[in-house]
Design a binder for this molecule. Sequence first.
Ligand code: ATP
Ligand code: MG
Length: 265
Amino acid sequence: MNLKKYRVEDKLKLSAFKTNETGKGSEAEALERSAARQPKLAAWQERLYAEGKQSLLIVLQARDAGGKDGTVKHVLHGLNPQGVVVTSFKVPTAQELSHDFLWRVHAAAPAAGMIAVFNRSHYEDVLVTRVHGLIDQPEAEARYEQIRAFEALLMGRHTRILKLYLHVSKDEQKERLQARLDDPQKRWKFNPGDLKERELWDDYTRAYQDAISATSSKDAPWYVIPADHKWLRDDLIGQLLLETLDDMNPKFPEPSFDPAAVQIR
Ligand code: ATP
Ligand code: MG
């Protein structure tokens, strides 16, 4: 599949992207592709870790029940946990709020050799805050600029950044929230507050469009991933990860000694 069509090149209009795409072929084929990809991802991760020079940051943003947790579970499960750090950004604490909004985010940025996943991110600070009127448009614009500069700083330290918006329909969200209510094993995820956010669906659409348009660039692109079908979502993100790691092309370091000259007694 060519992933280019999911990349945000200029001004984003979410309605131009489908949520329920099924891609080419069947669900079974997509699941097979994802499974076959796992060892390849693991092999690249091994090199990234061994090389210890570059790092990868994956930003996951979505509405409630959009599939961020599922993406982490299904796309990254074959990787070595030692080389992956997942950070879930929640409502900021009093201490976090007493700093600038990037303070807690910078602390979670990937060290050399690591893959960092942000389950929600610094983008919350221009989304939920914007929708609830905690910041105004000029402040949002200022933050976009700060985000672009922050991401440029990370990229200057050999961090590759992938930003993914998991695109689900309002109907799909309804089904998933209902499943959280009905299924005792999912109920712990149900948060009545999510229903209030759901009522603000169109405000979030505008905020996402604005923020993504302002921060998608050739070097730190946003992708809008059709996410109503979890199997397609996982297949596409897996492919994107593989292509990215392949392009980063981390290498095992050369030994600083002559292995042939070493004798182990
Ligand atoms: P799900 O998508 O499964 O519902 P979640 O990501 O919503 O999971 P929760 O623990 O339910 O996880 O909620 C985290 C909450 O923290 C979200 O409502 C999010 O908007 C909020 N949040 C994260 N970062 C910020 C921020 N910088 N400012 C305000 N709220 C934030
Ligand atoms: Mg939630």
